[in-house]
Design a protein around this ligand. Structure first.
Ligand code: 2M8
Length: 501
């Protein structure tokens, strides 16, 4: 958005942009104003689109992040954002990843409602009668968002009966994920499509996708290329496979027992968010008179399963498990930011947290030397600085890592990352994502979750998150944030490119 004030600090030294919460300076006010303008501009009357151009409908985890930002200046609208999404929930508990806006012309986004056919194809799974949606899901940030939204305005929330209304829907949503989607049999949820992870084009999916026969690209028309640079977006071959998987699911009535689910992966980001949301659900249950302990016990079981199934000591981070590869599945040996997101989980063993913090600060993710953490291993063969989820830095994952660092007491490192995020958000016009070396804006501009999470870090009291006490990280020694110099990103880029050769 042209009117967003730009803050030219692509790679700030830690603390270069002081927290406006602590010292309300002009830069912080301009940033907050710009972010609020983005959110107001993307509001459709009932919910917020991620982007007016590339994503003209309501997306599931985007709306949860949006609500987390909106709560600071419009808590009623934040509650509405979540309730609009939850109104499109299916009877089997799934919360669809897209809720289509009927006034947006067909063809503005692919695949649209005519592809998903939720009304006709999915009556068995209980798709809503009057709303068109997709049939797949996205990571469950919603209970976390609902709790944070409630905490921002407890009186307004109580007056409107917000928690009592959303609790049964959120509980059914988690139940769907941990029953119908427990395809590995160990309690964790599996994604059955790369879009379900939210990190569509991550190199983690390359191996499992190899087994999927792509649909001929002449059989569909992509709308994303009208708005995004082709060399930043997934390829036609990727899209051919995405379409095949989604069509197979649809043609089996979106039934998790009937569909072949040839792609099934336990993803550490989705499951970490499920754990944190389960802890949030415990808080919500306590407020509404439901069984809070059951949710706490469930969160503890999920945490144990996360470590048991997805922790990889050798990599010092969590990996994805390909449930369809051999008996019990196989860890996918690609390092993506999804494997660092579990930093937000309070109950992890201390040595796991310490190793993750060290990995984040190591040469593959360069936290403390780059303004933001890249989405994929800088040394990984498939790294690309601007291609979708294959390297660029995203604001939602960096927000999650910032929250995780703070949770585990790495306050200076969290402050440095927060400064980096503020600088990149302002300088990029609230871009969808940025090149991790140059801070160059990529994808859509005026992107909703970038704006929302910027507002949250500007205004959010630190003690509203976490939702638990860290399991204790006795050995946690965190590298001090380094003083970034303008040369650092270029040096890191050169080192990383040498390592990939
Ligand atoms: C991206 O995903 C959509 C498909 O859901 C797409 O590429 O068309 C991802 O970045 C996803 O995480 C995000 O929720 C969505 C809307 O912002 O865009």
């Amino acid at each position: 958005m042209d009117s967003v004030p730009l803050i030219p600090l692509p790679h700030p030294a830690p603390g270069a942009l002081p927290s406006p919460r602590l010292s309300p300076d002009g830069a912080g006010r301009a940033l907050r104003h710009g972010a609020q303008q983005v959110l107001l501009g993307n509001w459709t009357g009932a919910s917020t689109v991620p982007s007016r151009t590339l994503y003209p409908h309501q997306w599931s985890w985007d709306s949860a992040f949006v609500a987390i930002g909106l709560r600071h200046f419009s808590p009623g609208r934040a509650r509405g954002e979540l309730e609009t999404l939850l109104a499109a929930q299916w009877l089997d508990g799934r919360v669809p990843h897209i809720v289509f806006n009927p006034s947006v012309p067909l063809g503005s986004y692919f695949p649209g409602p005519d592809f998903w056919r939720s009304g006709g194809a999915a009556t068995g799974a209980g798709s809503p009668a009057r709303t068109e949606t997709s049939g797949i899901v996205q990571p469950p940030v919603h209970a976390l968002a609902a709790w944070l939204v409630h905490e921002a305005d407890p009186a307004g929330s109580a007056r409107s009966g917000f928690l009592a209304r959303v609790y049964p829907r959120l509980a059914a949503w988690h139940r769907y994920l941990t029953t119908a989607r427990d395809l590995g049999g160990a309690g964790l949820a599996s994604v059955v499509h790369p879009w379900e992870s939210g990190m569509d084009n991550s190199p983690c999916w390359d191996g499992p996708l190899d087994r999927i026969e792509p649909v001929d690209p002449r059989a569909f028309r992509r709308a994303d290329l009208a708005h995004g640079a082709a060399d930043h977006r997934p390829t036609d071959l990727d899209y051919g496979r995405y379409v095949r998987l989604a069509a197979d699911y649809r043609d089996h009535g979106y039934s998790d027992t009937d569909a072949p689910h040839r792609f099934a992966v336990e993803d550490p980001c989705l499951n970490a968010l499920l754990i944190v949301s389960e802890l949030a659900l415990a808080r919500i249950a306590r407020e509404t008179g439901a069984d809070a302990d059951a949710h706490e016990r469930h969160a503890a079981r999920l945490t144990a399963a996360l470590v048991e199934r997805l922790w990889d000591a050798e990599s010092g981070m969590f990996l994805c498990r390909d449930v369809r590869d051999g008996e019990g599945g196989t860890l996918i040996r690609e390092r993506s930011v999804a494997g660092l997101v579990p930093l937000i989980v309070p109950g992890l063993p201390g040595h796991v947290v310490a190793a993750m913090v060290a990995t984040a600060h190591g040469e593959r993710f360069a936290l403390g030397r780059l303004a933001m953490v890249p989405s994929y291993d800088l040394h990984g063969e498939s790294f690309h600085p601007s291609r979708y989820w294959r390297g660029p830095a995203w604001f939602n994952t960096n927000w999650l890592i910032e929250r995780g660092l703070r949770l585990h007491g790495a306050t200076e490192q969290a402050d440095a990352l927060r400064s980096g995020l503020f600088a990149a958000a302002g300088a990029s016009g609230f871009a969808e994502y940025v090149d991790p070396f140059t801070g160059r804006a990529c994808g859509a501009r005026s992107f909703s979750w970038t704006a929302a999470l910027t507002v949250d870090l500007l205004d959010g009291p630190d003690d509203h998150f976490p939702l638990g006490t860290p399991g204790g990280a006795p050995g946690l020694s965190v590298p001090a944030p380094r003083t970034a110099s303008a040369a650092a990103p270029a040096v890191i880029a050169a080192e990383a490119s040498a390592a990939r050769r």
